[in-house]
Design a protein around this ligand. Structure first.
Ligand code: NAD
Ligand code: AHE
Ligand code: ZN
Length: 370
């Protein structure tokens, strides 16, 4: 058992509390990692707010990390001490019905226990004063040390700075992947991206890489527009500036609607706008944002009858163990940048500031350095 400094979420709506917790050794098929850095994603804030039906308390949140293998449990064959890894909230066992389907990056092997904040054997590796603390999204990267199943770790190039590529553990991979893998945007396509946080801005990177002809970026916070334009947005729109629904504005602007739209907020009303700004006959809208318990999407079925498609994506459709190492190599080869996204860095003690900066719209990503 080792001691670890960690940010503990004792309950919904409460600030995180820095504690020294006990971390149990990795069991069979598990790996102990030292977390070097972790981004703070809106999903961490979503769960902390109490809106997540899978919220468990107390828990150690964080799922956008980078770390180094410290110890491996019995039977671990693909990782060794010293390997650099990115935790995966979407694991890849390679054997389950999902992994072998060739149709999805979702893996079914440990999803049930992961959603309950537990390791695959139904117990936790974190304790405080003898009481268990729950894991989060199978990652719990807001801790100096964390334990994950081997199938939840992507081994990445050691020359990649973990303080930057941690963002590939969620936000950047999700946004880019949604455009390139899920929607498969093609050269010349017109796209609309709703919400310009870490996810939406990464979707702009993906759209630029795909050669999209027009990239319409939408946010109520105009401070996001400068970076959106730098990354390739051709039009930046603030819905508050119009006295009609934003879908009507976009349909008029694009001669009938966009080829693809992406909702990167988690707002069910915006999800509707994102669908309805798609072109009749073929426009596809991809939901990335996560909405709270009890919320539902709606539209007139006629929107779908007339050819629009509504879909969703998790982790950008990326299979973490097989594909993430290549994405890290693409980053090292200069195919896209990450430093624009890291607007703030801080130590674990200041982690609550990262949540404040997100809520006030000042940050894109805060990265915690351990
Ligand atoms: P963020 O808070 O950094 O960015 C959200 C952006 O949306 C902000 O710029 C905000 O100003 C803007 N916004 C809010 N309300 C708006 C409105 N009504 N109209 C237009 N813009 C609006 O969040 P993020 O970290 O980029 O995450 C975005 C969403 O994606 C969250 O819901 C998060 O939980 C989800 N997410 C999903 C996946 C996945 O795999 N599906 C992965 C990561 C994040
Ligand atoms: N627990 C929530 C759902 C949360 C959710 O949709 N998570 C996304 C990743 S967000 C990353 O920032 C995801 O991967 N979903 C697929 C999955 O299997 O969780 C709820 O509503 O219960
Ligand atoms: Zn995330």
């Amino acid at each position: 058992m080792i001691k670890s400094r960690a940010a503990v979420a004792w309950g919904p709506g409460k600030p995180l509390s820095i504690e020294v917790v006990d971390v149990m050794p990795p069991q069979a098929g598990e790996v102990l990692i030292r977390v070097v850095a972790s981004g703070v994603c809106h999903t961490d804030a979503f769960t902390l707010s109490g809106d997540d039906p899978e919220g468990n308390w107390p828990a150690i949140l964080g799922h956008e990390g980078g770390g180094i293998v410290e110890q491996v449990g019995e039977g671990v064959t693909n990782l060794q001490v010293g390997d650099h890894v990115i935790p995966l909230y979407t694991p890849e066992c390679g054997e389950c019905k999902f992994c072998t389907s060739g149709k999805t990056n979702l893996c079914g092997q440990i999803r049930e226990t992961q959603g309950k904040g537990l390791m695959p054997d139904g117990t936790t590796r974190f304790y405080k004063d003898g009481e268990p603390i729950y894991h989060y999204m199978g990652c719990s990267t807001f801790s100096e040390y964390t334990v994950l199943p081997e199938i939840s770790l992507a081994k990445v190039n050691k020359s990649a700075p973990l303080e930057e590529v941690c963002l590939l553990g969620c936000g950047v991979t999700t946004g880019m992947g949604a455009v390139l893998n899920t929607a498969k945007v093609a050269k010349g396509d017109t796209v609309a991206i709703f919400g310009l946080g870490g996810i939406g801005l990464s979707a702009i990177i993906g759209a630029t890489m795909a050669g999209a002809g027009r990239i319409i970026a939408i946010d109520v916070n105009e401070r996001k527009f400068e970076l959106a334009k730098k990354l390739g947005a051709t039009d930046c729109i603030n819905p508050k500036e119009y006295d009609k629904p934003i879908q009507e504005v976009i349909v008029e602007l694009t001669d009938g609607g966009v080829d693809y739209s992406f909702e990167c907020i988690g707002n069910v009303d915006v999800m509707r706008s994102a669908l309805e700004c798609c072109h009749k006959g073929w426009g596809e809208s991809v939901i990335i944002g996560v909405a709270g318990a009890g919320q539902e999407i709606s539209t007139r079925p006629f929107q779908l009858v007339t050819g629009r498609v509504w879909r969703g994506t998790a982790f950008g459709g990326v299979k973490g163990r097989t594909e993430l190492p290549g994405i890290v190599d693409d980053y090292l080869a200069g195919k896209f940048k990450l430093d624009d996204f890291i607007t703030h860095t801080m130590g674990l003690d200041d982690i609550n500031t990262a949540f404040d900066l997100m809520h006030s719209g000042e940050s894109i990503r805060s990265v915690i350095h351990f």
